[in-house]
Design a protein around this ligand. Sequence first.
Ligand code: ADP
Ligand code: MG
Length: 686
Amino acid sequence: MSRSGPGGPNAVPRLDSPVTILRGVGGERAAQMERLGLRTVGDLFWHRPARYEDRRKFTPIRDVLLGTPVTVCGRIVAAGNHRFRKGTKSCFEFILEDETARLHCRWWNLPFLGKFYSVGNEVLVYGRPNSLRPRTMDHPEVEKIETGEDGSVHFGRIVPVYPLTEGMPQRTLRWIIWHVIDRFLSQLPETGPWRTPELAGDPAGALGRQEAVRKIHFPAELPEAEHARQRLALDELAALQREIQGRRLRLNLKAPGLPCGGDNRLMRPFLAGFPFKLTGAQTRVLREIRADLTGLHPMRRLLHGDVGSGKTLVAACAALMTIESAYNVAVMAPTELLAEQLHDVLTGVFGPLGIGVGLRTSNTRQEPDVGSKPELGSVWVGTHALIQKAVEFPRLGLVIIDEQHKFGVAQRETLLRKGNFPHLLVMTATPIPRTLGLTLYGDLDVSLLDELPTGRGRVRTHVRTPDTLPKVWQFVARQLEAGRQAYVVYPRVSESENDDVKSVTREFEKVRDALAPHVAAMVHGRMPSAERMKIMDGFREGRVQVLLATSVIEVGVDVPNATVMVIENAGQFGLAQLHQLRGRIGRGSHESHCILVEGERTDEARERLKVLAETTDGFAIAEADLRLRGPGELLGRDQSGLPSFRFADLVRDGNLLEAARASVRRELAAKAAGLTANPPAPASAQ
Ligand code: ADP
Ligand code: MG
């Protein structure tokens, strides 16, 4: 056998050869395949079927049910185009017949279909009948049965149905993939079954990689396709874990931890001046953080705590340890409002200790005042303005990121690169389902603040429809008369033309009048921050009793006297976000009420809001949100960190993720042990 170079005319076809080496794939076909992301022969292995059809037997046309998807098989007995509205609209229709009945299949404004289907053709049709008198399907999928092809690929078995692109017939792609598996699968590097204790006895783990590829395309029975999917998902999840955990391992190998544990000379007076006792959880977490800040490697820690659990205090203590060690601290928050608030809080507690606190947002730049105690570190608080190129932090010891889920990994890394491997503490109040957490922050150690400070009133949650709003305002007014304060939250700043979702600017006067003589004011993200701060101060100090807002108040606002929150068009928000919003109340000793107003009467909308009324456990809410809306919606469109998997499904594959993670951890530990035993020779040739 003579081998020429990969590009030569007699090249032995390999997995990385272009698809054009396949029989029947010319330039036009290749261009279509390119649109599906299929460039090489090997790419075809990973083109995942959208669904499967059991073609071992077909449903007789007589038995089709309204609205139930079904595949039927028959012969075209009539076909033609109808034109109407002076020829501007058309409908192509054919009538399919089997031994039992006839089925009308119709397509609007696709007149060219007439070229493909004619009387006498045998076809398979997949769709949902939308009428039974006569039996009709609109826009079904069709597959022509042609003689001369290998029937065993398309019939008498479970067949894959692939995502297609214009001009590419289903059976052509199916045949190509069948052929590629037949001829090239043995070239795919075999990784064997997953022999990890976590997957002992699991049919997915038992499959080798080649077998899994074969079965995801051509399973003998349907469950095999699912096992194959899981097996391929394992590879995907493990690859990601290898990347995440490898990153951490490399960091530990190259960077010693900066000594930022402090000596308690500021911490002691600080805690003595704090009016409460730390919760047990806060004490435990601070011990974990102190161990990290005095440890061998840079801290990489995620502080997870439900709204109101007291994360800010923990962050302040971590900052203090660093400042005592004469290192500086950068604190990044997702919004200007939040940055300004953090700045206020930290100035209030650090100022008296002689610690400078600076502020940096896109509008404000205020240097920390380090006048009196130059031997101490200082603090910069800011928004993403902190990560701009020109901004520098000398002696950066600790980076704190609040509401970390609002930032991508890239932003986090940019801030970290401003120092020489500083410690990192990221905080989130958005409980995140474990699978997403491990995917997004798998390289972080996790601390949990799972205990709320005592003396908090209960929060009751009620779901109401808009027609009960007058009663809702009466209820709010009674609370205001009793001296409490209220939030009213809207999904929008101003109205949009294409729906009737309420906006804060449009509703303001109405609500103000309904609640007069109590003082109402509004805040939203589009007003100047100085004005917003003034109103927030007014609310904090009790001069404003009702605050109308968008979700800008989602994080950071802390007014214990506010005991009512009305959320209009609640269905527009995600569950996790509603839970966040609700965390703004119930901060004082009075009982609080969250009233979710929603007009939508779909089951899904109702089920979602019911979850909130029934539980205050943020993790349970996050899991429900993940199931109901999926990961993309849950994390928000701006979430850049989530990889797109081909086979893995973060909603369903929790156990696979755990197995992949444990397995990669063992693999890397073994590798690291090897590295320490045989330190690599110093790099000389550079
Ligand atoms: P979050 O975790 O949502 O960021 P915060 O840090 O804003 O919570 O804390 C919420 C409120 O709880 C603040 O008013 C804070 O002063 C208060 N707090 C924090 N720790 C304690 C504690 N140990 N005991 C009582 N109140 C506390
Ligand atoms: Mg907070």
